[in-house]
Design a protein around this ligand. Structure first.
Ligand SMILES: [Zn+2]
Ligand SMILES: [Zn+2]
Length: 369
């Protein structure tokens, strides 16, 4: 079978691999129908992911049909449609029992990182009983493509933020995971301000009505106290028409009274977005960091003193996949809009170039296998 192989730094190739074989009773082989590309794949190609192994097939997002099952598998049968979790986890260790599956003692981010991933015809999934989720029979598989990674990460950001339905949040970054965060906030009735310095990403979020307000931080009035909630209030009041006046006023009043957002979900991963995140969070609020940074950042504790902030960081603990699938089936969540491009597997290198270099607007790419 053909697979998209991570050969070395900046070196990708479609290569031929032997068909996977079940070697443990807890494994399952999936015939992949759709896979996708993720920003983490770009991090791997740039050699920024120390745990990634060279020579493996990339891809950690995917949906497909079960072809073969190990003898311990009780939850699934051959022919079941499933979504694949980007985390392979045992379900039995200390971390798994506490839902911290990203730190599973026996697993973690394995697929498309340490073992062959989803950008191929077949994939072998370890700990399949816990690392796969059933998709109901009558639904199009493509609708569930992001359940195991991007959507789980978006939901994880909201969960870390402890957000409730009358809370206000800001989401920094309107890439795929940021958009998933906005989608989950909307489902939970949380009002949001979406930020991005990329006008196209911001416009895309706006076109799909995913947030209440949309702001390019570069357009905020520059001052010594940049990124404070007052500037956001000014911006919202000056840049929205009067049609929803009450709603805008209530939002701004809340923001003003509590001196910031209940939670800032930081998905952008830059020095500036990190600074915005803690500055825009209200005293005693939560800074929820989903972003993966490529360098060390300065933690300005003297400036933060007295604000009593809570910082939460994380690689996704994707333990809500069954709920996410249910909400997609009930039409409470829809991530179809994220798929701006679709390619056949033969053109996966072309797809990767587009995803990485963004010569045209590109949110998520579905790879049909
Ligand atoms: Zn990913
Ligand atoms: Zn475990």
């Amino acid at each position: 079978m053909k697979g998209l192989c991570y050969i070395d730094k900046e070196k990708l190739e479609i290569k031929t691999f032997p068909l996977p074989k079940i070697t443990s009773p807890n494994e399952v082989i999936i015939e992949i129908k759709y896979a996708s590309l993720c920003t983490s794949d770009i991090h791997i190609i740039k050699d920024k992911v120390p745990r990634a192994k060279k020579g493996i097939i990339l891809g950690h997002e995917g949906v497909g049909i079960i072809k073969e099952i190990g003898s311990n598998i009780k939850k699934f049968k051959i022919g079941d449609k499933v979504s694949i979790n980007c985390i392979s986890f045992c379900g039995e260790c200390y971390f798994c029992k506490n839902n911290y599956i990203n730190n599973c003692n026996k697993g973690g981010w394995e697929l498309g990182c340490r073992i062959n991933g989803t950008l191929s015809k077949y994939v072998l999934v370890p700990f399949a009983e816990t690392s796969l989720n059933l998709i109901p029979e009558n639904f199009d598989l493509k609708k569930f493509l992001f359940v195991g990674d991007a959507l789980s990460s978006g939901f994880f950001g909201v969960e870390m933020g402890n957000l409730k339905d009358n809370n206000i949040a800001c989401v920094l970054g309107c890439g795929p995971v940021g958009l998933c965060t906005l989608i989950c906030c909307k489902m939970k009735g949380i009002k949001t301000v979406a930020f991005d310095i990329n006008e196209q990403c911001l416009e895309f979020a706006k076109k799909n009505n995913l947030s209440n307000f949309y702001i390019n931080p570069e357009k905020l009035k520059q001052s010594e106290n940049n990124f404070l909630y007052e500037q956001i209030i000014d911006y919202i009041k000056n840049n929205n028409d009067n049609s929803n006046n009450n709603e805008i006023n209530n939002f701004c009043e809340k923001l003003n009274e509590q001196k910031g957002f209940d939670c800032c979900i930081e998905v952008a991963g830059t020095e500036k977005s990190f600074e915005m995140a803690w500055k825009l969070t209200r005293p005693n609020g939560i800074v929820s960091i989903v972003a993966m940074y490529e360098k060390n950042l300065e933690f300005k504790l003297p400036l933060m003193y007295g604000k009593n902030l809570i910082f939460k960081t994380g690689g996704v603990d994707a333990v809500y996949c069954d709920s996410l699938i249910k909400w997609i089936c009930e039409n409470k969540i829809n991530t179809d809009l994220l798929i701006t491009h679709e390619f056949n597997f033969e053109d996966v290198i072309k797809a990767f170039d587009l995803f990485r270099n963004k010569n045209e607007f590109c949110c998520k790419i579905a790879i049909k296998i």
